[in-house]
Design a protein around this ligand. Structure first.
Ligand code: SAM
Ligand code: SF4
Length: 325
């Protein structure tokens, strides 16, 4: 499956819920977010049907996200169901890690291959502030459990926000010295009601890199090919790698082959544009499998190129928790 610009579409991100057990400052506002009633969210069998269609159209990788995917009841059985879909070669999850201590092992047994865990700071107080109440110890236990369960290579994602964790980036980078992990620093993207906050706090990748180099000296380039969203480096002699994801200063659009399915059943054609195709409505109105496949492929073909930030437009319809990163 390719879009109108010839980009191959092999990667589907599936949001399992619009809810979360944390409330990160860059992802959702403190108040005023309306969660959808469960009946308006995709049910397990609907998710499996849409992934089956995607796989028949050429999707090979599925990443489960949210909201917080691990708060969805039945996530382990869902992973087993995805594992059974012909064509899906890789199943990953993006999680805040809070519930991973007890879920990592069953998820790995069900067929999960890899995990990305969000970790913005190693300071418990700052962690509580940035997540509005989260307990860092639980995340660290979750990371350990993922490692024990063989969900490697573990990637840790940090969104850097000035005044919250910009002084912590070298400590996070230090995790790669003796662990084979990839610590990735992400530029915060503005969405709807958090856009003003994010625009004031965004820290560009170049500044993050300079702070890390201040402590560890020049980083060695590992992969700057642009084939993946992260440009990766290594602290000389370190076991792991450091990645920079720079949607604000270095958009990745020309190579982006991602589709996103929101928890309320919309196919989002670009993370940073509001263009969506409603799949839930035709599905519930009784469209046939073949009709759904046609709707899916036609929407995917229409994917835009060049994200809205480059045009100084900020996506308004949803904040990140409602999309799935
Ligand atoms: N709850 C899970 C987690 O935090 O990993 C999965 C969903 S979360 C929306 C997915 C990723 O999006 C996380 O790595 C999070 O840090 C990132 N994210 C959230 N809001 C963002 C923003 N405004 N800009 C950049 N990344 C953001
Ligand atoms: Fe929840 Fe993840 Fe958003 Fe934080 S980034 S509020 S953990 S969905």
């Amino acid at each position: 499956m390719r879009d109108q610009y010839g980009r191959e579409l092999v990667d589907l991100r599936v949001s399992l819920t619009d809810r979360c057990n944390l409330r990160c400052v860059y992802c959702m506002p403190a108040k005023g977010i309306a969660f959808r009633p469960p009946a308006e969210l995709l049910q397990d069998e609907e998710i499996l049907l849409l992934i089956r269609i995607a796989a028949e159209l050429g999707v090979r990788k599925v990443r489960l996200t949210g909201g917080e995917p691990t708060v969805r009841p039945g996530i382990v059985d869902l992973v087993s169901g995805i594992r059974a879909i012909p064509g899906i070669r890789d199943i990953a999850i993006t999680t805040n890690g809070i519930l991973l201590e007890h879920l990592a092992e069953p998820l790995a047994r069900a067929g999960l291959n890899r995990v990305n865990i969000s970790l913005d700071t190693l300071d418990p107080e700052k962690f509580r502030k940035i997540t509005r109440g989260g307990d860092l110890q639980r995340v660290l236990a979750g990371i350990e459990a993922a490692s024990q369960a063989g969900l490697e290579p573990i990637k840790l994602n940090a969104v850097v926000v000035r005044g919250f964790n910009d002084e912590d980036v070298a400590d996070l980078a230090a995790l790669t010295l003796d662990r084979p992990w990839e610590v990735r620093f992400i530029e915060a993207m503005p969405f709807g009601s958090v856009a003003g906050f994010v625009e004031k706090g965004v820290v560009k990748s170049e500044e993050v890199r300079a702070r890390i180099e201040e402590r560890f000296g020049s980083l060695e380039p590992v992969d700057l090919s642009g084939e993946t969203p992260a440009r990766t480096y290594r602290i000389p002699g370190a076991r792991g790698e450091i990645g920079f994801i720079s949607p604000v200063t270095q958009p990745f659009c020309s190579k982006c082959g991602r589709l996103r399915l929101t928890a309320d059943g919309k196919l989002r054609l670009c993370l940073l544009r509001d263009d969506e195709e409603d799949l839930l409505t035709p599905l519930r109105r009784g469209a046939s499998y073949e009709e759904m496949k046609t709707i899916f492929a036609a929407a995917a073909y229409r994917r835009p190129v060049g994200h809205a930030l480059a045009e100084r437009l900020i996506p308004q319809k949803r904040v990140m928790i409602q999309i799935g990163g």
